[in-house]
Design a protein around this ligand. Structure first.
Ligand SMILES: Cc1cc2nc3c(=O)[nH]c(=O)nc-3n(C[C@H](O)[C@H](O)[C@H](O)COP(=O)(O)OP(=O)(O)OC[C@H]3O[C@@H](n4cnc5c(N)ncnc54)[C@H](O)[C@@H]3O)c2cc1C
Length: 582
């Protein structure tokens, strides 16, 4: 019997999209289904660290070696998603000298470039380090944008013929004599042009092979085929600060513990994290003390954090896996390595393999191994090319450099647009009309928002993750309505209002945990702007009033129009630093 697809990949995080790309590039017919939007799961809630491997250089050298290998690959194939900030493992007076030496030795054993800096040298690299930091190890850590990288993988997979279905949840696996032969998928009302299935309908997709790439949900999917996949979901908090207080990844050089890393990410710094086992990857407590702990403990490394504004916090759930006979009590003891579970060998259930554990940094390597495995099952001989072929948008940086002046954009805005768009910058930014900055904090222009609307349709949250608009200092206070205005070019008012509301709710969700000091003032101001002035807490539809979206346009000739001065943002907390205050 003909199958609908050769391989059905379940899960649209880094692992699933990486697998879809790899298999599609080998000529395999692939369908990927994801119950939410791409990056709906852990991938959209990670720390943004491109590991150098040094974090694991003492505790888990196999993982460390994989990380540095993939760190190099991703710098090559996804340069537009990576910022090579560098990283420091810093030692405070109370941290053990032996551990510092062990870390250094471990890095060298794993082929991770590692250089010892004195306290003064470390502060020359990262001026906001505490005065009593004694010394540091400099390593090639970086920052990575998981949203862009996943989308780039999905686009590449589609370019090679894959079908990518978002808002499509597997509700059951199809079984024939105990073997998996496909899945029953429920289509939900996915927003935008990428929706293929009709919302509210159910589809049975038959497949020669099914890959379970559902991360922390892998146990739930496994249960649909009566197999046990022993994922041990472990939650971690991340706290977003108002500006980029550090330009380098700052790690505490001591054995694993909570609150030991600050990652500079775009215009912000992200503090983290914790590691606490939870029963359900979607339902776990988010507690205020976790946020406090991040700020208090990390201020020991970077004292300015104690005075800075916290804009929001978010939690993710690690898809840790432990083979059945290990039985660790402490989730921090569970390996960060990944495992390929062939359910034919393991459980006598054919047609299904699960991939669990691992890290974002090693997603491509995981995808390569599982694609090798699946191709072996299907008799496909093509080999993996994903380590060599650049992802869409990263091919040629010089094109972007040249393009900077062409668009008449001031350099900070142009640089950020170019970084985000990669080799697509020419196409997207070459617009006929005016191209004002819509999101001042992140320097996102209208052309980028329009491009994202074209890709993602009515979903302003999807526009947000593609462009970073509304993710900066004001948390959308000054741009959510302008984003709605761009959407209003193509969609009717009720659709725009619904999407606008969803965006505001999403912004509010993470701000709730950070309501003190200046952030409380900002949240009150946002409320005044959106709820009071723009009536977002009283639906104009009930009041017979239209929303005049065009009134929100920054428009031609305003101060934010490219070619004129872009607005500068400073924050009273940080003085004298021109590095990243805007
Ligand atoms: C707090 C924290 C910080 C981290 N920081 C880093 C870091 O800095 N660097 C790093 O390298 N790694 C980091 N990680 C690890 C990394 O984020 C994960 O390993 C990685 O994102 C997992 O990707 P995934 O695709 O396997 O899982 P996910 O991204 O969770 O993808 C699985 C997808 O499956 C979907 N799904 C589930 N069930 C179904 C179903 N029935 N039907 C259809 N779809 C379904 C989910 O919606 C989800 O989108 C961090 C993890 C956490 C928790």
């Amino acid at each position: 019997m003909a199958q609908d697809t050769e391989v059905l990949v379940v899960g649209g995080g880094s692992t699933g999209t990486g697998i879809a790309r790899d298999l599609a590039m080998r000529g395999v017919d692939v369908t990927l289904v994801e119950k939410g939007n791409l990056t709906n799961g852990t991938t959209g809630r990670m720390h943004g660290l491109l590991h150098s491997g040094s974090r694991y250089a003492v505790s888990d050298q196999a993982s460390a070696a994989e990380c540095i290998e993939e760190n190099r690959v991703l710098r090559d194939i996804a340069s537009h998603c990576v910022e090579m900030t560098g990283g420091l493992f810093v030692k405070r007076p109370e941290d053990a000298e032996e551990y510092f030496e062990e870390k250094l030795r471990g890095c060298r054993e794993c082929d991770i470039p590692a250089e010892v800096l004195s306290g003064e040298e470390a502060r020359a690299v990262e001026p906001y380090l505490a005065k009593d930091v004694e010394k540091a190890i400099r390593v090639p850590d970086g920052a990575v944008d998981p949203f862009r990288l996943c989308v780039a993988n999905a686009i590449s997979a589609e370019n090679h013929g894959a079908r990518i279905e978002t808002h499509a949840e597997v509700t059951d696996l199809l079984l024939d004599d105990g073997d998996v032969t496909g899945a029953r998928v429920r289509h939900e009302s996915g927003k935008g042009p990428r929706t293929h299935g009709t919302p509210g309908t159910t589809e049975e997709i038959t497949a020669e092979y099914v890959v379970n790439a559902t991360g922390a949900w892998a146990g739930q999917l496994g249960a649909m085929a009566d197999v046990d996949v022993e994922v041990r979901p472990s939650k971690g908090v991340m706290v977003v600060m108002n500006v980029r207080q550090v330009d380098t990844v700052v790690n505490r050089c001591r054995p694993k513990g909570d609150a030991d890393i600050v990652v500079p990410h775009e215009t912000t710094a992200i503090l983290g994290t914790t590691d606490e086992e939870v029963a359900d990857p979607e339902d776990y407590p988010e507690e205020g003390w976790e946020v406090d702990e991040m700020i208090d403990t990390l201020s020991e490394l970077v004292p300015i954090l104690s005075e800075a504004r916290t804009v929001r916090s978010f939690w993710g759930v690690r898809p840790l896996y432990e083979p059945p006979d290990v039985g660790s009590e402490d989730p921090t003891d569970i390996t960060r390595d990944f495992f390929l579970l062939d359910h034919r060998e393991r459980d006598d259930v054919g047609g299904l393999t699960s991939i669990v554990g691992g890290k974002f940094t090693t997603y491509r390597m995981m995808a390569e191994q599982i694609s090798d495995h699946v191709c072996g099952k299907l008799g496909v001989r093509a080999s993996c090319e994903t380590a060599d072929v650049p992802l869409p948008g990263s091919e040629d940086e010089s094109v972007l450099e040249d393009a900077m002046d062409d668009y008449g954009l001031r350099s900070p805005v142009a640089r950020r647009s170019r970084q985000r768009l990669g080799s697509r910058a020419d196409d997207v930014l070459d617009t006929d009309g005016p191209n004002p900055v819509v999101c001042d904090c992140e320097g996102v222009t209208r052309a980028e928002i329009s491009d994202a609307v074209e890709q993602s349709g009515t979903d302003l949250n999807a526009v947000r993750i593609r462009t970073r608009a509304s993710m900066g200092n004001c948390q959308g206070g000054f741009c959510c309505h302008r984003m709605a205005n761009v959407l209003a070019d193509d969609y009717d008012e009720p659709t725009v209002r619904a999407s606008w509301d969803e965006l505001l709710q999403e912004r509010w969700k993470g701000e709730r945990h950070a309501l003190w000091g200046e952030q409380l003032s900002q949240a009150a101001l946002n409320y005044a702007l959106h709820a009071t002035t723009m009536n977002r807490d009283r639906d104009p539809a009930d009041m017979d009033a239209d929303v005049d979206f065009s009134a929100f346009d920054a428009g031609e000739g305003t101060a934010t129009h490219p070619g004129s001065d872009a607005p500068s943002h400073t924050d009273g907390r940080r003085t004298g630093g021109e590095r990243g205050d805007s």
